[in-house]
Design a protein around this ligand. Structure first.
Ligand SMILES: [Zn+2]
Length: 286
């Protein structure tokens, strides 16, 4: 007997042959970047819709839809103000001690897609506050976002630093008192929410560590960057935090939980950390 849907089945098979599967049209860089995001933040990517030309739209856990690469050319300043997902991962973060003064606008991690932060950590002050838990930091208690493992990672940094300070009390002056935690505020001179609004960053010794807006532009900061204890930077980086002291627009007090940036940096130096597969997330898009 002739199957009633035989015609439909034949047609869908033919369509399979003419339109390539999403996995084939995604560029290797997009595939790598999206795998890195899916590894760093499990569950935040709900689907990746791939158009026949390869353009990918990422559907986040809260339903937000973000282009991976919107194709728009951006100046360095625009990359900070309004990046797509490709842009936030475009500058390679240098792990380890500071070797040289970064070129102007080389600030890996300063590019933040705000919609991604909303999906990761909460959309309102109340939602972020409800997601926070206090993390002991020396004799302080700092609220940190418990989502995405951020508070756990910060607690591990805290343990590492206390061990370091027990052996070398000199590092305490670079760290204490710390502030930040959950502060619903915009970045100075902008209308963008800071990583502190999401309780995913900490400022160590804000009075002792300079911020670029407070010093003349063009000043060579290499000696100041290198004076900051590399052991402290290494303790944060080991747990998925980036340091603002490596940015051209330096922010020496600032450490921010950005496991995707650290993961990319490890890949760039030839390490092979396990990456989540995005195959099950791919959908054909238009
Ligand atoms: Zn900060």
């Amino acid at each position: 007997m002739r199957h009633p849907f035989r015609g439909l089945l034949l047609l869908s098979c033919l369509l399979c042959l003419v339109s390539p599967a999403p996995a084939q049209t995604l560029s290797p860089q997009a595939r790598r970047d999206l795998s890195v995001l899916a590894t760093a933040y499990p569950g935040v990517i709900q689907a990746v819709e791939v158009a026949p030309g390869g353009r990918a739209t990422v559907v986040l856990a809260d339903g937000a839809r973000l282009p991976y690469d919107d194709g728009r050319p951006r100046s360095a300043e625009e990359s900070v103000e309004d990046p797509d997902l490709k842009t936030i991962l475009a500058q390679p973060y240098p792990l380890g001690p500071v070797a040289a003064e970064p070129p102007l606008w080389f600030s890996p991690g300063r590019q933040r897609a705000q919609a991604l932060f909303f999906a990761l950590y909460g959309h309102t002050q109340a939602e972020v506050r409800a997601a926070c838990r206090p993390v002991p930091f020396f004799n302080q208690s700092i609220p940190f976002n418990a989502r995405q493992g951020a508070a756990d990672a910060f607690a591990r940094v805290s343990t590492r630093l206390e061990k370091l300070a027990a052996a070398d009390p000199g590092i305490r002056k670079y760290l204490l008192p710390a502030s930040g935690g959950m502060v619903w505020r915009v970045i100075a001179g902008t209308d963008r929410l800071s990583a502190h609004a999401f309780a995913a960053a900490v400022d160590v010794s804000p009075r002792g560590n300079p911020y670029w807006r407070n010093l003349p532009r063009g000043r060579n900061m290499l000696a100041v960057r290198q004076a900051f204890p590399p052991s402290v930077v290494a303790a944060f980086e080991a747990e998925g935090f980036i340091w603002g002291g490596k940015w051209a627009e330096f922010d020496l007090m600032h450490f921010e939980y950005r496991p995707e940036i650290i993961l990319l940096a490890r890949l760039a130096r030839g390490e092979t950390p396990p990456l989540a597969s995005i195959d099950a997330l791919l959908r054909p898009g238009r």
